[in-house]
Ligand binder design. Structure first.
Ligand SMILES: *Cc1c(COP(=O)(O)O)cnc(C)c1O
Length: 278
């Protein structure tokens, strides 16, 4: 079995174990394989193992991959959603969700585009909440989550408010015990439920913290490096169509013909990545 297939099956087992030991139905947790910067062949390995939910961060990369890969894949857009790119993302027929709605205005922009497209079902959206309060992280402030959720439910008829999403801080995901960012997201979910009477999913948990996230109620874990291996490049990467050029030193860029010896901890939204020894 290939490494990717073995990793994926390993993670599936860990998801089921985490859910079961938390007294939850394993079927209530969706595993999204985050394939940003990874080549089509890697995604096909996971697809061959039955994986259908994939997450991508970069618009052009998602558009290219969606055009080349089977149409029963369910794509999650999990990157920063710029208004001028909404149309391209929304036009992908097998787009499952945009997980990174960061305000009512963005929701309106998505609504406008989706309304033109004659999708059979409303498009799932998650409101991204900036639980850690870091400037480098996107999302609405926790205090605004009810307003934005209400706006989507009441004003965006072609969107379905599927849930809330967060990334959280690196430090909080590597601390012992609970994770305050995940806790805050569950509190936001409770407030939205109280205000609007809707059941919402929680998209939280990545390679390093998904088991705790499941314990804390996550229904959608986004797993990248623990399936596909470390990403050798920084956040603005494209699909690898030609070998990378080593640009400036210290940027976390590793020439494609060398073995990656470090893991780049992706900082979102262009913040400096943390580079760690693997
Ligand atoms: C890259 C990314 C992930 C996956 O991160 P890993 O640590 O590789 O599992 C999950 N969510 C978002 C929003 C990401 O950008």
């Amino acid at each position: 079995m290939s490494v990717i297939a073995a990793n994926l099956n390993d993670m599936r087992t860990r998801v089921v174990t985490a859910a079961t030991s938390a007294g939850r139905d394993p079927a209530s947790v969706r595993l999204v394989a985050v394939s940003k910067t990874k080549p089509i062949e890697d995604l096909l390995v996971a697809y061959g193992e039955g994986q259908r939910h994939f997450g991508e961060n970069y618009v052009q990369e998602l558009v290219d991959k969606a055009a080349q890969l089977p149409s029963d894949i369910q794509w999650h857009f999990i990157g920063t959603m710029q208004s001028n790119k909404v149309k391209q993302v929304a036009s992908i027929p097998n787009l499952f969700a945009i997980e990174t709605v960061d305000g009512s205005k963005k929701a309106d922009t998505i609504q406008k585009e989706v309304a033109k497209l004659h999708r059979e079902t409303p498009l799932n959206v998650f409101v991204q909440v900036n639980t850690s309060g870091e400037e480098s992280k996107g999302g609405v402030e926790p205090k605004d989550c009810v307003d934005v959720a209400k706006h989507i439910v009441e004003r965006c008829q072609n969107l379905k408010l599927a849930g809330l999403m967060t990334i959280g801080s690196w430090d909080n995901s590597h601390a012992e015990g609970t994770n305050p960012d995940f806790k805050l997201l569950t509190e936001c979910r409770d407030k939205v439920k109280e205000a609007l009477g809707v059941e919402l999913e929680l998209s939280m948990g990545m390679s390093d913290d998904f088991e705790l996230a499941i314990k804390m109620g996550s229904t959608n874990v986004r797993l990248g490096s623990c399936i596909f291996g470390a990403r050798a490049k920084k956040a603005d990467a494209k699909v690898e169509t030609k070998p990378l050029e080593a640009t400036t030193a210290g940027e976390g860029t590793i020439p494609a013909n060398e073995t990656a010896v470090t893991e780049v901890k992706l900082a979102e939204n262009g913040a400096e990545p943390k580079v760690e020894k693997a």
